[in-house]
Design a binder for this molecule. Structure first.
Ligand code: ZN
Length: 319
């Protein structure tokens, strides 16, 4: 579930580069191109993403990934870029391409938060504002909770990333009665000197709002928040994650936020504002839309989601 209060950084189209990459991808990986082209089509001139693909994408579906509490924020998202240097997570290469790298996975919310409303409602300072320590998250109409979803995807990602040699740390693993608070979630990544942090979520938007989006930190310098050093690398990370997510799941980016790019920049999230290491959030879909919910509740789909996110991380880290 996302939070209110996006920021509105202008999009940064990179059309020239995209055109060149399109040719390269067409020549090298038709399978991957399928997913990428779909992303392009949905994204309009927002720019596509997609790393050099290592694995053919699924046949594109007609779905647009989603996320929704943020539906009133519609900043034009930046353009994902492509890169041909990506390496797949869980490719079976066993090459240890992430040896020495630290990845922190932040499974959004906590399955027990709803039992601890006073604790999670306590306000914490996020530099630019005071916000609730944490929230309960959303759920599907049938009661599959976002917190269960985020932990499941996180576990799948851990398996994939550890196969690549990464050291993987969690902000919580269902082992705490509530939280942690958003400021502590950021601190965990900072103290781990993480090379990349991804916070896993699913949205709670309206029916018909579909698709995923990746949330990037905006530039803030206020109080304890200073994202100047992480804006650029976080954008690079987010672009890789969005591109790989499209390619592996075959899904299109959100149809209700991000202008079709699957990327949104925000300055109101403590988990991003307080991070000193490259970090993004991903809202994997809209739990309140029946078609998205059918995917989110499928273990096979969650495996693809985990693979897409993980491959994006690998692509970002292996340069
Ligand atoms: Zn959430």
């Amino acid at each position: 579930m996302s939070y209110v209060g996006p920021d509105f950084d202008p999009p940064q189209p990179r059309r020239g580069r995209r055109r060149v990459l399109t040719v390269g991808l067409a020549a090298l990986v038709p399978g991957a191109l399928l997913g990428w082209v779909m992303y392009e089509a949905v994204g309009g001139d927002g720019g596509g993403s997609g790393n050099a693909a290592v694995q053919p994408s699924q046949a594109p579906s007609d779905e647009t990934p989603t996320d929704s509490t943020t539906s009133d924020d519609k900043p034009p998202g930046p353009t994902p870029t492509t890169d041909s240097t990506s390496a797949p997570a869980g490719s079976g290469s066993g090459s240890g391409s992430l040896d020495g790298k630290v990845v922190v996975i932040d499974p959004g919310h906590n399955p027990n938060n709803f039992r601890h409303t006073s604790e999670i409602n306590r306000k914490v300072n996020i530099g630019t504002n005071w916000k609730e320590c944490d929230t309960t998250g959303t759920s599907t109409n049938d009661g599959y909770s976002e917190a269960e979803f985020t932990l499941d995807v996180a576990h799948r990602m851990r398996t994939l990333l550890e196969k690549q040699g990464a050291t993987v740390k969690f902000t919580q693993d269902g082992d705490r009665s509530w939280g942690p608070c958003v400021d502590e979630r950021a601190e965990i990544g900072n103290k781990a000197h993480a090379d990349a942090v991804v916070s896993i979520h699913a949205d709670g938007a309206g029916s018909g709002q579909r698709g995923f989006h990746v949330i990037l930190p905006g530039k803030v310098d206020e109080g304890a928040a200073n994202t100047g050093a992480i804006v650029a690398p976080s954008r690079a990370l987010g672009e890789r994650v969005a591109g790989s997510f499209v390619r592996v799941t075959g899904d299109a980016p959100s149809n209700y936020i991000g202008g079709g790019t699957g990327l949104v920049t925000r300055k109101d999230l403590g988990g991003l504002n307080l991070s000193t290491v490259p970090k993004v959030f991903i809202e994997c879909g809209n739990m309140r839309d029946s078609k998205d919910a059918a995917q989110l509740t499928s273990g096979a789909w969650r495996q693809k989601a985990a693979q897409g996110i993980s491959e994006g991380i690998v692509s970002f880290l292996v340069k």
